[in-house]
Design a protein around this ligand. Structure first.
Ligand code: PLP
Length: 420
């Protein structure tokens, strides 16, 4: 039956009559309406880090809803779960005296971080510092600023110019960033925005020395560093915020997804004490920005229960512990004639990219492969030229190997279809 549900990023002319309806989930498994079981190799949209069906998280949210479901934290209003969550995240963050601005998702976190950066410069007497530099291939959500800075060009098409004071640099070059800051004028640049490992843009880990290099360049020119940890955080790279792997201290970190493992919508920005200082210390320096559901008590209660699980079950460390095993399961696919590259080895995050010539013969190769793998009971995420793998952090060895086997079989069938 034709659906009234408009799916994000989807060709509704195709999807309208053939939705894939899921009904329940347990650990790394999800089940469709007919009771078929699938291995969730992407943790939904890179977020079910603690796995599905955690009744402790549901109970914590329900208990909070019975007590006080919602109350805005504008002005001096607060609630205990929001205070506790902010304190906990500030303690975990790799920067001193951090403060935490809560949002309802990652895109809103990006808009918040950029506005905080611009307002910070404004408060420091540098209102002309508004330009934002991001990277090619980057994805920062689909709110206004996230769309304006999108490094996946297709995501800006058709919307007009949303953020004129922005530009993109090659994702793997420190020199390109330095040159761009000089071209724009160092006293006009507010922030550099980057994902430690690019996710939706292809799962691209930074080259050796890159992260330290861009942070050094930004320090030299007074440009604030915003690390987008929406995918990379909460164990995905084996640390709380992803960036710790490179030993750097960003000015702002955006997060979402794994903070609640997706049990309820939640995101936010961790802000270095130095950047928060004018807002904390100078009366009248207000950030006129925020959303109705910022600090929503039930969402914060879900986040706290999720963080308890991640810590208690050592799931954050597991993201690193299992990275070689995931790479070992997927790397042999490099030998397949349809595969251009397998990118894996930094956290529980990987991508299998297809040969570029394949798309001439079979433009739908990526969704086709995803469907063939799904028919073998494994769910993957389609990217432009690759399939992504980012399973719940609870995954075990047999299931990791199952992902590799499903890929190999799916690729063989795709090769037949493509007439190889
Ligand atoms: N930043 C990154 C790196 C993301 O991957 C995403 C979503 O996938 C976002 C921001 C936007 O988050 P949301 O979809 O919660 O708005």
């Amino acid at each position: 039956m034709e659906t009234a549900l408009w799916h994000p990023f989807s060709d509704m002319a195709v999807v309208r009559d053939e939705e894939f309806v899921l009904e329940r989930g347990e650990d790394v498994w999800v089940y469709d309406a007919a009771g078929n079981r699938y291995l969730d190799a992407t943790a939904s949209l890179w977020y079910a880090n603690a796995g599905h069906g955690r009744t402790e998280i549901a109970d914590a949210a329900a208990e909070q809803m019975r007590k006080l479901a919602g109350y805005s934290i504008f002005g001096d209003f607060a609630n205990e779960p929001a205070r506790a969550l902010a304190g906990r995240l500030a303690d975990l963050a790799p920067m001193p005296d951090a403060k935490v601005f809560l949002t309802t998702g990652g895109g809103e976190a990006i808009d918040s971080a950029v506005k905080i950066a611009r307002r910070y410069h404004d408060a420091q007497g540098q209102p002309e510092r508004v330009h934002v530099i991001s990277r090619t291939n980057s994805y920062h959500g689909t709110n206004g600023i996230g769309t304006g800075v999108a490094g996946i060009d297709a995501n800006r098409i058709g919307f007009g110019e949303i953020l004129p004071s922005s530009s993109r640099v090659a994702y793997d070059s420190v020199d390109a960033l330095r040159e761009e800051i000089r071209r724009v004028g160092p006293d006009r640049v507010a922030a550099f925005l980057f994902e430690p490992v690019i996710g939706a843009g292809g799962v691209l880990a930074p080259p050796e020395g890159y992260v330290q290099g861009v942070v050094d360049v930004c320090r030299e020119y007074g440009v604030l560093v915003i690390a987008d940890a929406v995918i990379c955080g909460f164990g995905r790279l084996g640390t709380w915020f992803g960036v710790e792997r490179w030993g750097v201290e960003p000015d702002l970190i955006t997060f979402a997804k794994g903070v609640t493992s997706g049990y309820l919508p939640m995101g936010g920005v961790v802000v270095h004490g130095r950047v928060a200082e004018p807002f904390w210390e100078r009366p009248g320096t207000t950030l006129r920005h925020g959303a109705t559901y910022s600090g929503h008590p039930a969402c914060c209660a879900a986040a706290l229960a999720n963080l308890d699980i991640l810590a208690r079950d050592n799931l954050v460390e597991r993201g690193r512990l299992l990275e070689d095993e995931l790479a070992a399961a997927l790397k042999p696919l490099t030998a397949h004639p349809l595969v251009r590259e397998v990118r894996a080895g930094v956290g529980l995050l990987a991508a299998v990219e297809l040969q570029p010539e394949l798309f001439d013969r079979l433009p739908s190769a990526v969704p086709d492969l995803s469907l063939l793998i799904r028919q073998r009971g494994v769910l993957t995420r389609t990217l432009a030229k690759a399939l992504a793998v980012s399973p719940p952090l609870t995954i075990r060895s047999p299931e990791i190997n199952e992902i590799g086997r499903a890929f190999a079989a799916g690729l063989d069938e795709l090769a037949q279809k493509a007439g190889e």
